[in-house]
Design a protein around this ligand. Structure first.
Ligand code: ATP
Ligand code: MG
Length: 573
C-alpha cells in the first residue's frame, strides 16, 4: 500500500471526550471515527487491525471444532418473550417496530436465536456435542458508552454457544473453549488473566472472564501475589477474623456529633480510627428494609449482599424517607442499637467491641457499643470487599495474598446449563430414547474491544506499538529526498515489490512529506518494522532499520534486507 493512495487519517489532537489513551490514539492514528455516542466507523487502518484480530479468533475457533454461522442482527420480540428476557433485559435492549407494528430488538447477544436453530435442527444425541459461533455486530444501548470502542453501543463480538447431552459434556465443551481462549489471547499478544467470575452453586469453574490488566480497566480484579489465581473482587471470600470478640470494656455513651455525616467526619470529630467505627446501611429487603453493618474502614460487597435471602436483587439502597421510617433518622446517623428491622453484620464487624455507631438520632453517635450487651438478634455474614494484602482464599486453598488491579474484560466463558433450552424447549432424544433438554454454554470475545485493549497494553509516548500479529502493516518504507533522487525512488520501489512478493504487508510512505512528519506518522500508527532509504546510505549500499519498540537504528546491507526483515519477525511483541 502507498500512503499517497491510502486514507491515512492521522491527526494531531485527540477530541476532548477521549479520556483514555487507547481512545486518543485510535482517533489520532486514524483507526476510527465517531458517528454517534458509542457508534464508530472503522477507517482502512483500523479495519485492517480489526480483521486481523477477527481472523485469529476465527482460526482458533475453527481449530477447536466450532462451526461458524451468521445470525441476524434484528430479532423478533416473540423469541425474547419465550426466554422471558423481553421483559427482563431493561433499557440496554433497543426495541423497535416494523411498518406493520410488529416488535423487534437489535440483538445484544444471541442465546434465543441460536437455541431456536438448535431446537429445530438437532433432534438426537448423535448430533451432539455441537458448538456454533459467529463474529457479528451487537447493539447494546449502554447507559454510559465511553472510551471509544472499549465500551461502545455497537461492537463486534465473537459469540459461541455449545450444546451437550449432559452436564459432563457441557464441562468438557467449556474446557475446550477455555483452552481456545488461552491460545487466542497468546496469539493476539495480549497479556490476560482468567478471572473466576462466579461463586455460584456449580463452583468456581463455572464462569471465567478473561481480563487484560490495565490501569484504565473498569473492573476491579484481585490477583494472587504467588500464582496465576485471579478473581473478580466481588467474588473473593474474605478470610474469617481470628480471635474471639473482646469483652465489653466501657459503658455505652451518647456523644454530640453536629454536622457529622461520613466515617471521615466521625473519626475527626471523635479522634478515633475508622476500624473502631461501624457503618450501618439500610437496603431494600423482601419483607421491608434490612440493615447491613460493616466496619468503618471496609466496603460493602453488593454481590455478597445480593446473595442474602432477606435482600432483594439487584441491591437497592433505601430512600431517605424509608431510612427515616425504619430508624427515625437520616442515613448518616443510623446505627444498630434499638433498630426494629433485621440487622445483618459482617463477620469482621461482629468481632468488634467498644465501637462507635450512629445513635438513630440526628447529630448524635454512640460510643462504647457492644454486640449482645447493647444489640441483640442480629445475624452474621460475609458482606465486605476483600482488601489488598489479605490472604487470597479460594475453594482450592490459599494463594498468597491479594493484590488489587484493574482489568478490561475481553472475553467471557460461561456454563449456562438448562436455562435457555428449558425456556425454549430445545430437547433431544438420548441414547435411551428419552427426551432431555440440552446443556448449553456461551462464550464471548469482544473483538472490537480487543483493539482498544491491545493499545492500552502496548504504546509509548510516540503512539501505538502493535503486537506483530495484529499490526495493520508489517513493514513501512520511509524514503528520504525521494523527489530529488531517482536512486532513492528506484530502491524504494524495488524493496516495496520484493517485500510484497515475500508476503509482507508493506506501507510505502511515498507522500513526499518531510522526514519528521513521516517518522512520526509511522510511529503513531505503530508499524512494527521501519526501513529508511536515503542517498547517503545508498552510496554504501545500505538501508536503515528500526524496530518500533527500539530506540536505535541499525544499518542493513541492501542486498540482505529481505532475509534481515524475516529474521526480525516476532521480535517486536
Ligand atoms: P461488561 O461487563 O464489560 O459490560 P458483559 O458482561 O456485558 O461485559 P458479555 O455479555 O459477556 O459482556 O459480552 C462478551 C464480551 O463482549 C465481553 O467480554 C466484552 O469483551 C465485550 N463487550 C461487552 N460489552 C461491550 C461494549 N459495550 N463494547 C465493547 N465490547 C463489549
Ligand atoms: Mg455489559
Amino acid at each position: 500500500m502507498r500512503t499517497s493512495r491510502y486514507l491515512l487519517a492521522t491527526v494531531k489532537e485527540a477530541p476532548n471526550d477521549a479520556e483514555i489513551l487507547s481512545h486518543q490514539l485510535m482517533i489520532r492514528a486514524g483507526l476510527i471515527r465517531r458517528v454517534a455516542a458509542g457508534i464508530y466507523s472503522w477507517l482502512p487502518l483500523g479495519f485492517r487491525v480489526l480483521k486481523k484480530v477477527e481472523n485469529i479468533v476465527r482460526d482458533e475457533m475453527d481449530t477447536s471444532g466450532a462451526q461458524e454461522i451468521l445470525m441476524p442482527g434484528v430479532h423478533p420480540a416473540e423469541l425474547w418473550r419465550e426466554s422471558g428476557r423481553w421483559e427482563k433485559y431493561g433499557p440496554e435492549l433497543l426495541r423497535l417496530n416494523d411498518r406493520h407494528g410488529r416488535e423487534f430488538c437489535l440483538g445484544p447477544t444471541h442465546e434465543e436465536v441460536v437455541t431456536d436453530i438448535v431446537r429445530s435442527e438437532v433432534q438426537s444425541y448423535r448430533q451432539l456435542p455441537a458448538n456454533l459461533y459467529q463474529i457479528q455486530w451487537k447493539f447494546r444501548d449502554e447507559i454510559r458508552p465511553r472510551f471509544g470502542v472499549m465500551r461502545g453501543r455497537e461492537f463486534l463480538m465473537k459469540d459461541a454457544y455449545s450444546f451437550d447431552i449432559d452436564a459432563e459434556g457441557m464441562a468438557e465443551s467449556y474446557r475446550v473453549m477455555y483452552e481456545a481462549y488461552e491460545r487466542i489471547f497468546t496469539r493476539l499478544g495480549l497479556e490476560t488473566r482468567a478471572v473466576a467470575a462466579d461463586s455460584g452453586a456449580i463452583g468456581g469453574d463455572h464462569s471465567h472472564e478473561f481480563h487484560v490488566l490495565a490501569d484504565s480497566g473498569e473492573d476491579a480484579i484481585a490477583v494472587s501475589t504467588t500464582d496465576n489465581t485471579a478473581a473478580n473482587i466481588e467474588v473473593v471470600q474474605v478470610p474469617s477474623p481470628d480471635g474471639e470478640r473482646p469483652a465489653p470494656g466501657v459503658d455505652m455513651a451518647s456523644v454530640d456529633t453536629p454536622g457529622v455525616h461520613t466515617i471521615n467526619d466521625l473519626c475527626k470529630a471523635l479522634n478515633v480510627e475508622p476500624d473502631r467505627t461501624i457503618k450501618t446501611l439500610i437496603v431494600r429487603g423482601v419483607d421491608g428494609p434490612v440493615a447491613l453493618v460493616i466496619r468503618g474502614d471496609h466496603e460493602l460487597n453488593a454481590v455478597k449482599a445480593e446473595h442474602l435471602e432477606q435482600v432483594i436483587k439487584p441491591l437497592e439502597f433505601a430512600s431517605a424517607e424509608e431510612v427515616k421510617a425504619a430508624s427515625g433518622t437520616d442515613p448518616g446517623s443510623v446505627g444498630p442499637v434499638g433498630l426494629k428491622i433485621p440487622v445483618i453484620v459482617d463477620a469482621w464487624a461482629s468481632v468488634m467491641s467498644d465501637f462507635v455507631a450512629g445513635a438513630n438520632e440526628a447529630n448524635k453517635h454512640l460510643t462504647g457499643v457492644n454486640w449482645e450487651r447493647d444489640v441483640s438478634g442480629h445475624t452474621v455474614a460475609d458482606l465486605r470487599m476483600i482488601t489488598e494484602g489479605e490472604p487470597f482464599v479460594t475453594s482450592s486453598g490459599t494463594h498468597g495474598n491479594v493484590e488489587l488491579r484493574r482489568g478490561i474484560e475481553v472475553g467471557h466463558v460461561f456454563q449456562l446449563g438448562l436455562t435457555y433450552s428449558k425456556a425454549l424447549n430445545a430437547e433431544v432424544l438420548t441414547d435411551k430414547g428419552k427426551t432431555t433438554p440440552v446443556y448449553m454454554g456461551c462464550y464471548g470475545i469482544g473483538v472490537s474491544r480487543i483493539v482498544a485493549a491491545s493499545i492500552e497494553q502496548n504504546h509509548d509516548e510516540n503512539g501505538i506499538v502493535w503486537p506483530e500479529a495484529i499490526a495493520p502493516f508489517d513493514v513501512c518504507i520511509v524514503p528520504i529526498g525521494m523527489k530529488k533522487s531517482e536512486a532513492v525512488r528506484a530502491a524504494c520501489e524495488k524493496l516495496y515489490e520484493d517485500l510484497k512478493a515475500n508476503g509482507f504487508d508493506v506501507l510505502f510512505d511515498d507522500r513526499d512529506e518531510r522526514p519528521g512528519v513521516m517518522f512520526s506518522d509511522m510511529e503513531l500508527i505503530g508499524v512494527p518494522h521501519r526501513v529508511v532509504i536515503g542517498d547517503r546510505g545508498l552510496k554504501e549500499n545500505r538501508y536503515e532499520y528500526r524496530g518500533r519498540n527500539k530506540s536505535e537504528n541499525e544499518d542493513v546491507d541492501a542486498d540482505t534486507i529481505i532475509d534481515f526483515l524475516k529474521s526480525r519477525r516476532g521480535t517486536i511483541l
